[in-house]
Design a protein around this ligand. Structure first.
Ligand code: AHG
Ligand code: MN
Ligand code: MN
Length: 353
């Protein structure tokens, strides 16, 4: 009985039919007669990688995939076994499809070329293979983030370059994330709204479950690692003081929710409304711009949240307008519901105290 109910809900609640992510992409592409099908092929490869990672995340405790790998990555962070597994899975899933000319990963210092034996394509893919590493070993939601650009010169047929990777976020043609949570979901935008698909483990398919996601204009959640308070500048400290003050008229204090996996924190805020912040801090003089990486985390999430009607800024600049100066560049991130982000900006710019 329950089975029947659930199946019926899935089939009728959405569009009256089950729509897989592949069908969804193909139907979108059909609106553009000039589309070569290359893009849907690339998305297909990403979904394949996502399913493999999801399977291993679910069984990590049984497959000796928990714990540290024993090395540090380019960011000086302890690498976990699942970080490496997810990185290798992504590279292997994407390197031979003929869609990409180059890749970049949070876990790799330099650009990742397409092996010589495989065809070169016109797209560039940058990714954070496993986001929320600190949550891997404790069965808390983690994710994968990806960002796709067209190569700078589409008539070029040779290997992609660093320049192809260092493009501003507004030029992304697609961005998405996978969340490995109580269910696995992929959420993506190709500049035409934000759509969410839930992995049906019995079909092994991502099925449309969240069509055209719109983030509420204002929310009641703020997400930040408040242990950094003493390292923040006065403007951001003032925002945090404000957000915790009791004031019924402005719905304060707001609720603090912080998982420590950007994907999970932003996914929740996308659906409920609210703001996620990782501002610059003085904690580590080698990271004056905060912790999050522009190309693998900030820019793709900014594209998704803007497409859902939200806003993403460093506090002084729209994230999608930043011209990257390095593969692993970090930027402050204030991202979420439009009105909430604007309030944070006003504090950061000293317009409110
Ligand atoms: P990653 O696991 O890819 O290194 O990213 C971790 C990031 C992000 O997911 C999260 O929001 C943030 O780091 C948490 O950092 P703190 O532990 O400093 O709060
Ligand atoms: Mn990350
Ligand atoms: Mn990561």
């Amino acid at each position: 009985m329950l089975d029947l109910l659930i199946e019926e809900t899935l089939e009728t609640q959405v569009t009256g039919k089950i729509l897989t992510i592949q069908r969804h992409i193909m139907e979108m592409e059909r609106q553009y007669p000039q589309a070569s099908g290359d893009f849907s092929g690339l998305l297909y490869d990403i979904c394949m990688a996502a399913k493999q990672i999801s399977y291993h995340v679910n069984k990590a405790g049984l497959m000796n995939l928990l714990g540290k790998e024993g090395t540090e990555n380019v960011h000086g962070e302890q690498v976990k076994k699942l970080d490496i597994f997810a990185h290798e899975t992504f590279v292997k899933a994407l390197d031979h499809g003929g869609h990409l000319c180059v890749m970049g990963s949070e876990e790799e210092r330099d650009i990742i070329p397409i092996p010589e034996e495989y065809p070169i394509g016109k797209y560039v893919c940058l990714f954070d293979p496993l986001d929320g590493s600190s949550n891997i070993d404790v069965n808390v939601s983690i994710g994968t983030i990806f960002s796709i650009h067209k190569r700078v010169d589409p008539s070029e047929t040779g290997a992609g370059t660093l320049e192809d990777c260092l493009q501003p976020g507004w030029k992304q043609v697609c961005a998405g994330y996978v969340i490995y949570g109580s269910s696995t979901m992929i959420v993506y935008t190709a500049g035409n709204g934000v759509h969410g698909f839930t992995l049906d483990p019995s079909y092994g398919e991502f099925i449309l479950s969240h069509e055209n996601i719109q983030i509420p204009k204002r929310g009641s959640i703020y997400s930040v690692n408040e242990s950094n308070f003493d390292y923040w500048d006065e403007g951001f400290k003032n925002y945090i003081r404000w957000v915790k003050k009791i004031d019924e008229k402005t719905n304060r204090p707001r609720n603090c929710r912080y998982i420590g996996s950007m994907v999970a924190d932003i996914h929740r805020n996308l659906l409920y409304g609210g703001v996620f912040c990782y501002p610059a801090d003085l904690k580590d003089p080698s990271k004056p711009s905060g912790k999050l990486r522009l190309l693998y985390e900030a820019a793709p999430m900014a594209f998704i949240v803007e497409q859902a009607g939200g806003k993403a800024t460093t506090g002084t600049q729209r994230i999608l307008d930043i011209e990257p100066d390095g593969l692993h560049q970090r930027v402050p991130v204030i991202i979420g519901s439009e009105e909430d982000v604007t309030v944070v900006e006003e504090f950061m710019q000293g317009l409110r105290v």
